[in-house]
Design a protein around this ligand. Structure first.
Ligand SMILES: *Cc1c(COP(=O)(O)O)cnc(C)c1O
Length: 358
C-alpha cells in the first residue's frame, strides 16, 4: 500500500522500555522477578498519594481540570515561582516533546550529550530538528564543549542533571560558566528527574536562572522518588513567556485526574521522600560494595541507579541476568545500568551477577 512518511520519522527506532515483570514471567516461567531496570522507587508510591486516590473513581466520567489549578499552585508555592511558570506533562517526557514542537523549526539545532536520556534525540528528530551530540567527559556532561557546539541555529541545549544513564552531575560552577557563555536566546533545559536523590552540595540551583528571567526550564517528575511512574505526571518550571508557547502546543487534558490528585498529595509527603532517599543511599552503598567485590568499578552516582562496565559483552550479561529473573538495563557495549532496589532485591541482583560472570 502506498504510504508517505518523512525520512526523519522513518529514521527513528521505537523507544525500548525496561522489560515488564509480567513479560519475563511469561517468557521464562519464573515466579520471582526483580526489576531494577527503570529507576522506579522500590518503596512504591507515597501512602498519602494512594489515600488521595480514594473516591476519585466517581469523577472519572468528567474531563480533568485542564489547568490543573491545585497542583500547579502547590508546585508554585513549593518552589517560589508564579503559577504561570508551571507546566504539567504526561510525564516530564511529554514536556520534552512540547519543547521540541514549540521551539524547533526544520533544521534547527539542539545540543545534547552523546550518552544521555534517549528521548531528547527522539523528540528533536521527530520535530525535524537536528541533534548536535557532544561526547561526555569522564561520564559527565562536558558543558564547555556543549557551549562551544552552539551555533546561530541552536534553539535548545539539554543538561540532564544528574545524567541518565551515568548518574553523574554537573556542578553549580560548571553551570554558571555555561550560562555565562551560552547566548541568551538559547533555551537551556535542565532535566532534573533525579533531583530529590542528589546528595552533593555543589549541585546547581538551576531554578534560580529561571527566576532571573533566563531562557531556561527545569523539569522534574513524580515518576522517580515520588513513586508514581504508572500515573504519568511530571512538571516544568520556566519563564511565563516560554510557558505561554508550551501551552499553545500542549494537549488540553494531558495531566489526568488521578495523576493530579496523587501528585498533589505526594508533593506534600516529605517523610516518604526522606525515607526513599535513605533507602536509596543504603542500597547504593550495598550495590557499590558488591560490584567492587566482583572487581567492577561503578561510576559514582547522584541518582538512584549505578552505571558500570562489565568488561565483556553487556548484552550477554543482561540476557543471563534475565534468566536468573533479574531485569537490569543494557545501555551499550559493556555498559549496564542497575536501579537501586530494596535490600533483598539488591542482594538478589549481586548474587545473580556473581553467578553470571563467574
Ligand atoms: C525518568 C526520566 C524522566 C521522566 O520520566 P517521566 O516518567 O516521563 O516523568 C525524564 N528525564 C530523565 C532523565 C529520566 O530518567
Amino acid at each position: 500500500m502506498a504510504l508517505h512518511v518523512h525520512h526523519d520519522i522513518a529514521s527513528l527506532s521505537p523507544y525500548v522500555p525496561g522489560k515488564p515483570i509480567e513479560e519475563l514471567q511469561r517468557e521464562l516461567g519464573l515466579s520471582r522477578v526483580v526489576k531494577l531496570a527503570s529507576n522506579e522507587n522500590p518503596l512504591g508510591p507515597s501512602p498519602k498519594a494512594l489515600a488521595a486516590l480514594a473516591g476519585a473513581e466517581t469523577t472519572l466520567h468528567r474531563y480533568p481540570d485542564g489547568g490543573a489549578y491545585r497542583l500547579r499552585q502547590a508546585i508554585a508555592d513549593r518552589w517560589k515561582v508564579a503559577m504561570d511558570q508551571v507546566i504539567l506533562g504526561n510525564g516530564s517526557d511529554e514536556i520534552l516533546g512540547l519543547l521540541a514542537r514549540a521551539f524547533l523549526a526544520p533544521g534547527d539545532e539542539a545540543v545534547m550529550a552523546d550518552c544521555t536520556f534517549v528521548i531528547y534525540k527522539m523528540e528533536v528528530t521527530a520535530a525535524h530538528g537536528k541533534p548536535v551530540v557532544v561526547p561526555l567527559k569522564e561520564w559527565t556532561h562536558d558543558l564547555e564543549a556543549m557551549a562551544a557546539a552552539v551555533t546561530p541555529r541552536t534553539r535548545l541545549l539539554f543538561v540532564c542533571n544528574p545524567n541518565n544513564p551515568t548518574g553523574t552531575m554537573v556542578s553549580a560552577e560548571a553551570v554558571r560558566r555555561l550560562m555565562a557563555s551560552v547566548p541568551e536566546d538559547v533555551i537551556v533545559v535542565f532535566d532534573e528527574a533525579y533531583f530529590e536523590y542528589v546528595r552533593d552540595p555543589h549541585f546547581p540551583d538551576a531554578l534560580d536562572y529561571v527566576k532571573r528571567g533566563r531562557n531556561a526550564i527545569v523539569l522534574r517528575t513524580f515518576s522517580k522518588i515520588y513513586g508514581l511512574a504508572g500515573l504519568r505526571i511530571g512538571y516544568g518550571m520556566t519563564t511565563p513567556e516560554i510557558n505561554g508557547y508550551l501551552n499553545r502546543v500542549r494537549p488540553p487534558f494531558n495531566a489526568n485526574t488521578l495523576a493530579q490528585r496523587a501528585a498533589l498529595a505526594a508533593l506534600g509527603d516529605d517523610e516518604h521522600v526522606a525515607r526513599s532517599r535513605a533507602v536509596n543511599a543504603a542500597g547504593m552503598e550495598h550495590i557499590e560494595n558488591g560490584l567492587r567485590a566482583l572487581a567492577f568499578d561503578p561510576v559514582p552516582s547522584e541518582a538512584n541507579f549505578l552505571y558500570f562496565d562489565v568488561r565483556r559483552d553487556g548484552r550477554q550479561v543482561f540476557d543471563a541476568l534475565l534468566r536468573e529473573g533479574i531485569i537490569v538495563r543494557h545501555i551499550e557495549g559493556p555498559m549496564l545500568r542497575v536501579t537501586v532496589g530494596q535490600p533483598e532485591e539488591n542482594s538478589a541482583f549481586l548474587h545473580a551477577l556473581k553467578k553470571v560472570v563467574a
